[in-house]
Design a binder for this molecule. Structure first.
Ligand code: IVH
Length: 682
């Protein structure tokens, strides 16, 4: 009875209600987390709400809206960014570098232009000058519709999908009085913590680190794949209106207040002052505060507060006469480079680190500085014993800027790249196309800890309960040296740990046991091969079918797999041909950890059918499309040829669509493609 009731009821109205609830909840928790820095729920609880919403939207696509919190992630990689012309040009600012210049270039000039007495007082708005990149957001009837970079000030790039991934930014403005059109400008930036984390990851991957948070923010925002942007915790502060219809503001102060009321992030350090004296005092105060801020600022911006006066003053050579950027002096110091140390990271990247004679830079004692990599060391000709200029360029990890060669006395010693790992003595290699030097030993201590954590992680072997704390204890008790050792552990071993109960120990053993029968893709991913993420692991599993085949694969065979280029192929080949890695894999096999072979998808309904996707897809992402096609045995190919069976065209499809028409190939819209899939499923 109950069952039939459930079956007959239309679930839509409930879903609609819950979707609304979830959106409100997620928006609320986003704000607690990102704007107020006071989360109320755990990340796991947040994820659960998020997944529930995404699940409902997937089942009821008609409930999906552009301002849903789920639309912050995902989306379609574009190929290149569309350009957007700003309704009003985005100007830049003239600089002042000290108090006198603030008075002369701003205050005195403003009074002269306005015909005011030198003794009169102009009210200003003072703001931190965020060191990021300028963007313009367009809200139409309160909904974020377009976001673009500053570009050359006249046209910028359409980064709407990427901007939507910024968690602290409302996709819909709050309040009754939202205007019909609000263009708002602001600065996208990365916190120092986020910047350091990104660089640590990059160095681990052998990618050159970003030199400062600004470059990292720009690099992160201008990602063609919004999913990459979504993983970079970018933030934004709004600082100026563009074109506005349906609202007006008398002053910058009023604008910022109203914008904050609509839910837009506004820097809490902004401050109105009565005259230029106040602006100068603010400049000094912020310089003091600068070191304790969690993000980088490179000065302050002082603006004539009244919009009427701003209009009267106007602009000259692309800078407004009513504002000025007051830049801070660089934070540098001279010191002696005493030694060059080697540091080994998670994936074996060996980084040269300068040991410095301790020196204070704006309140912080600096005794270490990163030298990034050996190329940089050679390019700057940095030697042990050199006097160097050290800079804290926004990052807390200082960098050596340059050598004062004139201070050399001939005793300085160059430092050569190591041939063996300083931690484990293994061979050091430089993989083609990378700047980093890497220790190839799988049993190198700093690498082991992280590789075990990775092996056990959810997307990999998913060994429930084997978290950071347990891994640390396994290592400190000397119970585990490689991932293979995990499968030798007994209950007694676990019982030696702090706060370990019988139940927990049994669960851990059960989780380990369960992971013995893993699937091939997860196993490949779990090995932690450089450049092999979950997606590549899946492609490898699909292409080679078994671990044995993969182990034997040549670079040539590897490169023939979709999306695998020479760098990745080389990395996989090197991994499987390293004797230590071979030992670990064969020991895993001995302990019964042997991934099941997978059958390639053959004979699906779309078997042998080639699809090309082009233009901006809105119903599904390119990755999702690929999955849909491949699940039924079809192929997704990059370019249109006579072998193409269907071209699926989204909005603004260009040359591929033209080519398809020219060759007489069937062109489908997104909905027609979904129809085709449904038909082929039957
Ligand atoms: S106002 C016409 N306010 O500095 C005035 N700019 O050199 C436009 N910036 O491109 C800028 N923080 O990227 C303004 N509080 C702030 C700012 C700020 C950072 C950047 C912005 C702009 C550059 C001007």
């Amino acid at each position: 009875m109950q069952l039939s009731l459930l079956e007959n009821r239309d679930p839509r109205p409930d879903a609609e209600k819950r979707v609304k609830e979830l959106r409100t909840l997620l928006q609320y928790h986003n704000r607690r987390y990102y704007q107020l820095d006071a989360p109320e729920i755990s990340d796991a609880e947040y994820d659960q709400l998020f997944r529930e919403l995404a699940g409902l939207e997937e089942r009821y696509p008609e409930l999906l809206t552009a301002d849903s919190p789920t639309q912050r992630v995902g989306g379609v990689p574009a190929g290149r960014f569309r350009t957007v012309t700003h309704s009003l040009p985005m100007l830049s600012l003239e600089n002042a570098t000290n108090d006198e210049e603030i008075r002369a270039k701003l205050d005195a000039r403003v009074k002269k232009e306005l015909g005011l007495a030198e003794s009169s007082a102009i009210p200003y708005m003072c703001e931190p000058k965020m060191d990021g990149l300028a963007v313009e957001l367009v809200y139409e009837h309160g909904v974020l519709t377009v976001a673009s970079t500053r570009g050359d000030g006249v046209t910028g790039e359409d980064v709407t999908k990427n901007i939507r991934t910024l968690r602290g930014l409302p996709l819909r403005l709050t309040g009754e009085d939202v205007p019909a059109l609000l263009e708002v400008r602001g600065e996208v930036y990365l916190s120092l913590d986020a910047f350091q984390k990104i660089n640590r990851d990059r160095e681990e991957n052998g990618d050159p680190p970003f030199v400062n948070p600004r470059n990292a923010a720009a690099g992160s925002l201008r990602q063609l794949d919004p999913k990459v942007t979504a993983r970079r915790p970018l933030s934004l502060y709004c600082y100026a209106p563009g074109l506005v219809e349906g609202a007006s503001f008398a002053s910058q102060q009023e604008f910022l207040n109203v914008a904050a009321g609509w839910g837009l992030p506004v820097n809490p350090l902004v401050r109105p002052v009565n005259d230029v004296g106040g602006a100068v005092a603010y400049y000094h105060e912020l310089q003091e505060l600068r070191e304790s801020l969690p993000y980088e600022i490179d000065g302050t911006v002082v603006k004539v507060d009244s919009f009427e006066l701003q209009r009267e003053l106007g602009e000259k050579s692309r800078s407004p006469l009513w504002a000025i950027a007051c830049k801070f002096p660089p934070r540098q110091a001279e010191t002696e480079l005493e030694d060059i140390l080697l540091s080994v990271g998670r994936t074996g990247v060996i980084t040269p680190v300068a040991r410095l004679k301790p020196v204070e830079i704006s309140g912080v004692t600096v005794s270490r500085a990163t030298l990034h990599n050996w190329d940089e060391l050679a390019a700057k000709d940095i030697r042990i014993g050199d006097t160097v200029v050290v800079e804290r360029a926004g990052d807390v990890i200082p960098a050596v800027v340059r050598v004062l060669k004139e201070k050399r006395n001939g005793t300085e010693q160059p430092s050569l790249p190591p041939e063996h790992c300083p931690e484990c003595g293994s061979e050091v290699v430089r993989i083609a196309g990378e700047v980093a030097l890497r220790c190839m030993g799988i049993s190198c201590p700093p690498q082991i800890r992280e590789s075990i954590k990775h092996f056990a992680s959810r997307g990999a072997m998913d060994i429930d309960g084997l978290g950071d704390k347990i891994v640390e204890q396994l290592l400190s008790l000397g119970l585990v040296h490689t991932v293979a050792d995990l499968y030798r552990l007994t209950k007694d071993d676990f019982m030696r740990f702090d706060r370990m109960g019988d139940k927990l120990a049994s669960n851990l053993l059960a989780a380990l046991e369960a992971s013995r029968k893993c699937d091939l893709a997860r196993y490949i991913y779990a090995l932690g091969i450089r450049h092999v993420g979950e997606r590549t692991a899946k492609a490898l599993a699909q292409a080679f079918g078994s671990l044995d085949n993969l182990e034997k694969a040549t670079v040539e065979e590897l490169t023939s797999v979709r999306d695998i280029g020479t760098t990745v192929a080389q990395s996989i080949f090197t991994f499987f041909n390293n004797p230590d890695n071979r030992t670990v894999i064969s020991r895993l096999k001995e302990y019964g950890v042997y991934p099941a072979a997978v059958a390639k998808t053959v004979g699906g309904r779309l078997s042998g059918i080639n699809f090309v996707f082009t233009g901006a897809l809105t119903r599904f992402s390119r990755d999702e499309a690929r999955k849909l096609v491949e699940d039924q045995g079809g192929n997704m190919v990059g370019s249109v040829s006579r072998k193409t069976d269907y071209v699926v065209a989204g909005d603004e499809a260009g040359s591929k669509l033209a080519k398809a028409r020219e060759l007489g190939i069937a062109v489908l819209g997104e909905d027609e493609f979904l129809e085709l899939l449904k038909r082929s499923e039957k």
